[in-house]
Design a protein around this ligand. Structure first.
Ligand code: BG6
Ligand code: MG
Length: 227
């Protein structure tokens, strides 16, 4: 039992609960290819946690085409990518919940700690439905109502507010650099998942290493020397 009570745990979705990053990549790669822009998996790292339109801007900039299209044309491109992405999402099943995540959620719930979702994806509800997790979260921040994308803390602060939790007594879990920055800016304790992430308060390489007792211990230790 942690000596500083944890009031909430807020999860990112893409890359933490399930690996949709590859589907996003496949759909963006096809759109970029039509524009004569080549993107690879390394470039895709920059798109993680970044909103749809901001992702498109990064891709256009990568191809030196950032001034070549009207807003309406960019909307059409983003819609085309999203249609393709949604087709790929139909393959998603509960088997695609990343290793260790169901156990982690169960352990948190067992202690009566509320859990939230902070995803900038407008497809979050569809993804949760495919994974059969639609009733799992106590609060889901609505990406459509978020004004500022990660690394801004807005979505994590919104999730904490929705759960009635103090961010300084809450934990955020993220796989993206922009997401870790957002968690830290919100005042929450940042748990990072990924081999090349930095800046997290507690870091593991993959979701199967997310053990609730270890996260709690790290949160307590951190809290003790921070306050
Ligand atoms: C984030 C993903 O969760 O959602 C990004 O990491 C994605 O890659 C963003 O661009 C927006 O998703 P969507 O589904 O609204 O296009
Ligand atoms: Mg993510």
């Amino acid at each position: 039992m942690a000596d500083k009570a944890i009031e909430a745990v807020v999860f990112d979705l893409d890359g933490v609960i399930t690996d949709t990053a590859h589907f996003h990549f496949v759909a963006w790669k096809q759109l970029a290819g039509q524009l004569g822009i080549v993107i690879d998996e390394a470039f895709n790292e920059q798109l993680k946690g970044v909103s749809r339109m901001d992702s498109l801007e990064l891709i256009l900039r990568e191809g030196g085409q950032q001034h070549d299209y009207t807003e309406a044309e960019k909307e059409r491109m983003a819609d085309e990518k999203n249609t393709h992405y949604c087709q790929l999402l139909t393959q998603l099943t509960p088997d695609d919940i990343l290793p260790g995540i169901s156990e982690l959620i169960a352990a948190i719930k067992e202690e009566g700690i509320p859990i939230g979702l902070a995803s900038v994806s407008k497809n979050a509800a569809t993804v949760l439905q495919s994974l059969r997790l639609e009733g799992t979260f106590d609060y889901i921040a609505d990406a459509a109502r978020i004004q500022r994308s990660k690394p801004d803390p807005e979505i994590f602060l919104t999730a904490c507010a929705g759960l009635g939790a103090d961010p300084r007594r809450s934990i955020g879990i993220e796989d993206a650099a922009a997401g870790i920055l957002a968690i830290k800016a919100s005042g929450m304790f940042a748990v990072g998942v990924g081999p090349s992430l930095s800046g997290a308060d507690y870091l593991v390489e993959s979701t199967d290493q997310l053990h609730w007792n270890e996260i709690q211990a790290s949160f307590s230790k951190h809290g003790c020397h921070q306050h």
